[in-house]
Design a binder for this molecule. Structure first.
Ligand code: RNT
Ligand code: ZN
Length: 414
């Protein structure tokens, strides 16, 4: 008997079909953020990263060209099991032959290379307008700016991106999630909290005037509580964002780094599932603040996965990663984080949710706690290893040798 067969039997005894779990996980797309590969720099400007987000560290070998970034994504994907979708930011536009278009004027053709890349790999593409790291961010404001020229520039950026999102969906045949996040806010106590939010609302309304096919493009709105240098007030707060989503029938996006430190996104998922057809997540790891550390296989990541699986919402939740660590090998950072998201999902798929719910409903919370804890020492790793093997990616820590090789042969020569 192999270790997997033994594990399969053990799970079967508690009513869990490991084969069904593996099958479900294989079909679940995880949207892989391209920006881990180059510290959220992109290709369209030499501006420093702004918007109250920060990468720290200067590990050698970061991608500085589209070819390098694509090669790094390929390397990472070869070590990550499961289905991947590519998550691009507008600042990753690829300009050729000396041409250039500013953010308010980008067109689908500036992403043709990415489409070609994704098609060759059978991947869908998600998209994000880039409302930061640009000279038109005035006084830390974009869509909420009181300066009409600034606000209009960014509205035009949003409109341009919506067309590109639809182009991605049409080209790849996979719906595109277009996520709007603006950094706008104030470092210190604002005199007027209302007007910036009113202008943000107006700007979003204007962007959404662009006709688009709602079966092909899902527009999500990501909220945030604060940013670095924007500590006192964030225009796109949770209340603003949820209310706006509700008012326009778009999709909410929760980033688990974007709440007060004792709040957890795992507890918010059920509420949003009740009132939205679809929801979207940015899976990250905040250490004391929205630090965007690499996702690990920790309790909250597992709990987020549990909420998706236990609520039968695998087809209602758009799962994307969003973190950026410049202090370690960036390809490894992708692999660690994405493998951990996959692990958390598998762990949730190997949990007897219906039985646990019955215990809750019959108020047998003693047994519930006992069994929840016993599940933690079930032979999860044997199913995980089997899954990796079937996906054709290295089992266990064996993937790290590939990273060492890639670092020696490719990254260190950049
Ligand atoms: C920032 C948000 C946002 C960005 C990316 C780069 O706090 O999480 O999603 O991380 O758009
Ligand atoms: Zn995010």
């Amino acid at each position: 008997m192999t270790r997997y067969e033994y594990a399969k039997d053990m799970y079967a005894k508690i009513g869990i079909d490991t084969e069904a779990a593996i099958e479900k996980l294989s079909a679940l797309p995880i949207s892989m953020h391209c920006w881990q590969g180059d510290d959220v720099v992109g290709f369209d400007s030499k501006e420093a990263l702004s918007g109250g987000i920060q990468t720290t560290g200067n590990y050698p070998g970061k991608a500085t060209t589209p070819a390098e970034l694509m090669a790094d994504i390929d390397k990472a994907c070869s070590l990550i099991p499961g289905k991947k979708k590519l998550n691009l930011h507008a600042c990753y536009a690829i300009f050729e032959n000396g041409e250039f278009a500013d953010r308010d004027a980008i067109e689908p053709k500036h992403f043709a290379k990415w489409v070609e890349y994704a098609k060759e790999r059978g991947m869908g593409i998600d998209f994000n307008p880039t409302f930061f790291s640009h000279p038109m961010v005035k006084d830390n404001l974009t869509l909420s700016s009181p300066d009409e020229e600034t606000r209009t520039f960014w509205v035009n950026h949003g409109k341009a991106c919506l067309k590109i999102a639809e182009y991605f969906a049409n080209e790849t045949g996979v719906p595109c999630v277009m996520n709007i996040w603006i950094p706008d806010g104030y470092k210190d106590i604002p005199a007027d909290r209302f007007s910036p939010r009113a202008r943000f609302k107006k700007s979003l309304d204007e962007i959404l005037e662009v006709p688009y096919d709602k079966t092909k493009v899902y527009i999500t709105l990501e909220s945030k509580v604060f940013g670095i240098g924007l500590e006192s007030y964030t225009v796109g707060s949770a209340e603003f964002s949820l209310s706006y989503v509700n008012y326009k029938g778009i999709t909410p996006l929760m980033d688990n780094g974007h709440y007060h430190p004792t709040e957890v996104v795992s507890d918010k998922i059920s509420s949003l599932l009740l009132f939205n057809k679809k929801i979207a997540l940015h899976v990250t790891r905040g250490v004391r603040w929205d630090s965007d550390h690499v996702v690990i296989f920790d309790d909250e990541t597992k709990e987020i996965a549990k909420e998706i699986v236990a609520n039968d919402a695998l087809d209602r939740v758009f799962i994307a990663t969003d973190y950026f660590d410049a202090s370690i090998n960036r390809v490894a950072a992708w692999v660690i984080g994405l493998r951990n998201v996959q692990k958390a999902m598998l762990n949730a798929l190997l949990t007897p949710h219906a039985e646990f719910t019955a215990l809750q409903d019959s108020a047998n919370t003693t047994k519930l706690l006992a069994l929840q804890e016993e599940m933690k020492t079930y032979p999860f790793a044997d199913v995980w290893n089997e899954y990796c093997e079937r996906c054709g990616v290295p089992v266990g820590e064996n993937w790290f040798e590939e990273i060492e090789k890639y670092e020696a042969e490719v990254l260190s020569k950049r």
